[in-house]
Design a protein around this ligand. Structure first.
Ligand code: SPV
Ligand code: MN
Length: 633
């Protein structure tokens, strides 16, 4: 399309006011993108959303008017439902469109680019007929920063647009300022035809045509016939995929990580990042009492003047509700029960407009409406599966400023210095609750690249299956796993003082199947890590890393939780479980050997060294080695 044709289309389709708003941005590529999809998707109306409070209010009201959200009893709270079969990220239908001859390895879902674009264009044709298209501008990362990436989102879902207003920094003025100068990411979403669900809310009907296609070449993501945030909120996991590709080319990282300010002695604040697969304690760690939150899900990480620095890509939270209660999560609990702008999704709504989620304080209501419609205890779905009051992946969306413990550096364009990196997974039988790696390479390989987790309800499919999930980022990788691991190794290599690397495991069980830790124990692990970063504490060297000394934990448990920490608990938690570790090394090595052809050689070497250390220890002390054995050495 030539420039004249583009402006003609926009002029006619947008109407005067919206046309003028768009034309304040002097960026022909942007105009072309919008014109192309307005023509193809054929919406009845187009709304260009600036950063003004009136425009943002328009979106908020549209979500109610369009019946994508309904008001709840508490001021500012709304509820949204996704379709019964649209409750999580759809891995199967999320594909990278790759040109012929490109091979990203067996773990990454790809399809031929031309074929994909043809298919998606067919689906998109007239898909917005009769509806309004919202055009929104955002900035990933703080604005006006080395980290920032401008983005444009086209969506016919006012729920998606509203969610993004809570989750991302506004970017219209950033686009105006940048004019024609910077590359930007593009997202196109349509929820497709709608059907009525509980409370008269409307959900995507044609789930069989749900597609999430990622075009790395043009930095465009298409998402159709779905509403669930992880499939639709362009700036979240969709943008992450584009950003990982760009970062890989430019020598920085995009990680599935929280960023937490951990408060040490004498008002010292030490920033730790943490990568956990979904539903493994990432949110509850990021919002933990006593510390301050910078990010809960996605971090951009750069090496700047010999230091690793990180920013939060987002400014809000799309968090899991299940099991949030007043005792374990006081910070979130308070925010979720106070007036303020929050979107609840896939919860149970009672007649009086209150919400209930699995594991919330108080009695479960005996009736209400949820993502399955009218709900009552014992209700079953078509497959005979019991429907819980809320979906396990039910979520809340809020601006981080709603929380009491937001860190003052949230919007710092320079980010924060990362002093430690935590890798966490769901492991019922092997890894100790907290452990520090020997060094950068040992940490990246044995804690990050070898991260395994038992699968959860955050993605469609079976739960409880142990899967390898390098850096908990596997679902979002648009580059080969080998290359990704190498990028991680590279960023900390040759640094004088790279971040310390830790693993945590909140899910260890004893032989009777009981968890060996309480949820609050993680507060102690965080303080221990903070002190280790500054070499304020010693540790015990084991074949798999440094673990805490009993006396140190005893003091910390008393100080932080006012609890008596018994030696018996310590031994139960920190015994080295050699058979589990050896089996894990076997599993991980096998996957890398067979499925990841470009695995860096150092991965195999590092795991082999660990195997040798474990075998030697076993020869001396047996299969299950209490920590004190290593103290004597
Ligand atoms: C996750 O599943 O990792 C999330 C939510 O943070 S989603 O947006 O679905 O990715
Ligand atoms: Mn996530």
């Amino acid at each position: 399309m030539n420039q004249k044709r583009i402006t003609d289309i926009l002029n006619v389709r947008l109407g005067k006011e919206n046309y003028q708003k768009l034309m304040r941005i002097n960026n022909p590529k942007l105009h072309q993108f919008i014109a192309k999809y307005v023509r193809l998707c054929n919406p009845a109306k187009v709304f260009i959303c600036t950063d003004s409070p009136e425009d943002i209010q328009y979106i908020r009201e549209a979500a109610i008017r369009n019946k994508e959200e309904a008001k709840l009893a508490i001021e500012g709270h709304t509820v949204h439902f996704d379709g019964y079969y649209d409750q999580a990220r759809d891995k199967e239908n999320t594909k990278y469109l790759v040109p012929k001859g490109v091979n990203l390895g067996a773990e990454i879902n790809t399809m031929d680019r031309e074929e994909g674009i043809k298919e998606i264009n067919d689906i998109l044709k007239n898909i917005m007929a009769g509806r309004e298209l919202y055009v929104k501008f955002f900035c990933l990362g703080p604005t006006n920063s080395k980290f920032s990436i401008p983005c444009v989102q086209l969506t016919d879902s006012s729920y998606v647009a509203h969610s993004e207003d809570l989750l991302y920094r506004q970017g219209y003025e950033e686009f105006v300022r940048l004019g024609n100068h910077k590359r930007f990411f593009k997202f196109l979403h349509s929820q497709g035809e709608l059907t009525e669900a509980g409370l008269g809310l409307r959900v995507s009907k044609n789930i069989e045509k749900r597609r999430i296609y990622i075009d790395l070449q043009d930095e465009i993501i298409y998402s159709t016939n779905t509403q669930y945030g992880g499939n639709t909120i362009g700036l979240k996991k969709l943008a992450m995929r584009l950003a990982i590709k760009r970062a890989s080319e430019e020598g920085w990282l995009v990680e599935h990580m929280f960023i937490l300010g951990v408060h040490g002695p004498k008002e010292r604040v030490t920033y730790l990042t943490g990568a956990f697969p979904s539903m493994c304690g990432k949110t509850s760690t990021a919002t933990i009492e006593g510390e301050t939150i910078v990010a809960d899900d996605i971090a951009y990480i750069r090496r700047i003047n010999g230091k690793i620095r990180a920013v939060n890509v987002e400014k809000g939270m799309f968090g899991i509700l299940q099991d949030i209660n007043s005792k374990d999560d006081p910070v979130l609990w308070k925010a979720l029960n106070a007036p303020g702008e929050i979107i609840f999704s896939n919860v149970l709504v009672t007649e009086d407009g209150n919400v209930y989620w699995n594991g919330k304080d108080g009695e479960c209501p005996v009736k209400g409406v949820n993502h399955s419609g009218e709900w009552f205890p014992g209700k079953k779905d078509k497959e005979g599966k019991e429907i819980l009051p809320s979906h396990k992946n039910a979520r809340f969306t809020l601006d981080l400023k709603t929380l009491d413990n937001v860190d003052p550096k949230l919007d710092d364009p320079n980010g924060v210095i990362v002093s430690g990196i935590i890798y966490g997974g769901r492991d019922s039988d092997t890894l100790v609750p907290v452990e520090e790696a020997f060094d950068w390479i040992h940490g990246i390989i044995t804690k990050g690249a070898a991260l395994e987790s038992e699968s959860t309800a955050a993605t469609l499919g079976n739960e409880g299956v142990r899967v390898l999930n390098p850096m908990s980022n596997l679902d979002f990788l648009p580059i080969s796993i080998g290359r990704y691991i190498q990028n991680n190794l590279d960023i900390g290599a040759r640094l004088k003082n790279p971040p310390r690397i830790f693993s945590v495991n909140y899910f260890l069980k004893d032989l009777n199947g009981n968890f060996v830790n309480h949820k609050q124990d993680k507060r102690v692990w965080l303080k221990w890590m903070e002190l280790r970063v500054h070499d304020d504490l010693g540790a015990i060297k084991t074949p798999t890393g440094f673990i805490p000394k009993y006396e140190d934990l005893k003091k910390l448990f008393r100080k932080i939780l006012n609890k008596d920490y018994s030696k018996e608990d310590y031994i139960k938690q920190f015994t080295l479980r050699v058979p589990g570790h050896l089996a894990r090394i076997d599993r991980v090595t096998e996957i890398y050997k067979v499925r990841v052809p470009d695995t860096p050689q150092i991965l195999f070497e590092t795991l082999e060294e660990q195997r040798e250390r474990l075998k030697n220890a076993r020869a001396r002390y047996g299969d299950y080695i209490p920590p004190d054995k290593f103290l004597i050495e």
